[in-house]
Design a protein around this ligand. Structure first.
Ligand SMILES: [Zn+2]
Length: 63
């Protein structure tokens, strides 16, 4: 019975050991992490641009 937990990299489906040796888990590498984050960021950007309201800024800092 192995105690090593493994997951699949969301980007490339490689097997990734869930532990200290995989600092980018659940991704197999920093490259896969950046790819996934990049897709996520672009998604966020698209959503944000649809509901942009720069005039509605009630969070102005006190002088
Ligand atoms: Zn990967």
């Amino acid at each position: 019975m192995s105690e090593v937990l493994t997951v699949e990299c969301p980007t490339c489906d490689n097997t990734v050991v869930w532990g200290e040796i995989s600092p980018h888990r659940p991704f197999c590498s920093k490259r896969c992490q950046l790819i996934d984050l990049g897709e996520w960021a672009s998604e966020e950007k698209r959503i944000a641009s649809q509901s942009d309201s720069p005039e509605n800024d009630n969070w102005s800092e006190e002088p």
